[in-house]
Design a protein around this ligand. Structure first.
Ligand SMILES: CC(C)(COP(=O)(O)OP(=O)(O)OC[C@H]1O[C@@H](n2cnc3c(N)ncnc32)[C@H](O)[C@@H]1OP(=O)(O)O)[C@@H](O)C(=O)NCCC(=O)NCCS
Length: 178
């Protein structure tokens, strides 16, 4: 990493700085409605912000999810990673990596068994994510995105039985998956 950053837990005080960050990182889509709804789900969302001298340079969200059909006895918590945004001027300097690693560590320490992501395998593969063909996405994804649906285990345990990811309300929008 070339710049000193602090990774802090919690929701940035001002949504305006998040709006600016997400608009820069995703110029062709508006993820703020999703981000704002996720931030309101404080009990099931991990929000990490990267700052340098107080300036917001990156943000990552992790949502606790489940697998459809699990009984209470066998219930295991899993998580979904995303979105992740890094300010354009400071991309490719390790900020995204630091945010993701910090989140994975926290989730693993809290017993989350597996984490999923829909994203570029060229990037997420670096963290150990691999294509997942056992757990289905909550909504259909385009066929050409199959390789983008990935997961990694966070605990030493057997793989989850086949199933479907269940997501909380903010993620229950088919357009987010297509
Ligand atoms: C993708 C993103 C989160 C990565 O964070 P970052 O801080 O810029 O990247 P890092 O420093 O962690 O990683 C840099 C490395 O990953 C590679 N990389 C970055 N984005 C990549 C991508 N989309 N696909 C493949 N590799 C990528 C870089 O080439 C670099 O490789 P190197 O170390 O061999 O030079 C950030 O660039 C970003 O916000 N991009 C726009 C929004 C986005 O696509 N978000 C992710 C989807 S939710």
């Amino acid at each position: 990493m070339n710049i000193g950053i602090d990774i802090c837990l919690g929701i940035p005080d001002h949504l305006a700085e998040l709006e600016q960050l997400y608009a820069e990182a995703f110029p062709s889509e508006n993820l703020m409605p999703l981000v704002a709804k996720l931030l309101a789900e404080k009990d099931i969302v991990l929000s990490l912000a990267a700052r340098s001298d107080g300036e917001l340079l990156g943000h990552a969200l992790f949502t606790i999810c489940g697998i459809a059909g699990q009984s209470d006895d066998t219930k295991m918590e899993v998580a979904l990673l995303g979105p992740v945004a890094v300010a354009e001027a400071t991309q490719r300097q390790g900020i995204g990596r630091a945010l993701i690693r910090a989140g994975l560590q926290r989730l693993a320490a809290n017993g989350i068994v597996q984490i999923f992501v829909l994203g570029d395998p060229g990037y997420y593969g670096r963290f150990g994510f691999r294509v997942d063909d056992r757990i289905a996405t909550p909504f259909p994804i385009p066929g050409q995105w199959r390789a983008a649906w990935q997961s990694m285990c966070l605990q030493q345990r057997q793989a989850l039985p086949p199933g479907t990811l269940t997501v909380p309300t903010p993620w229950r929008d088919p357009s987010l998956w297509s």
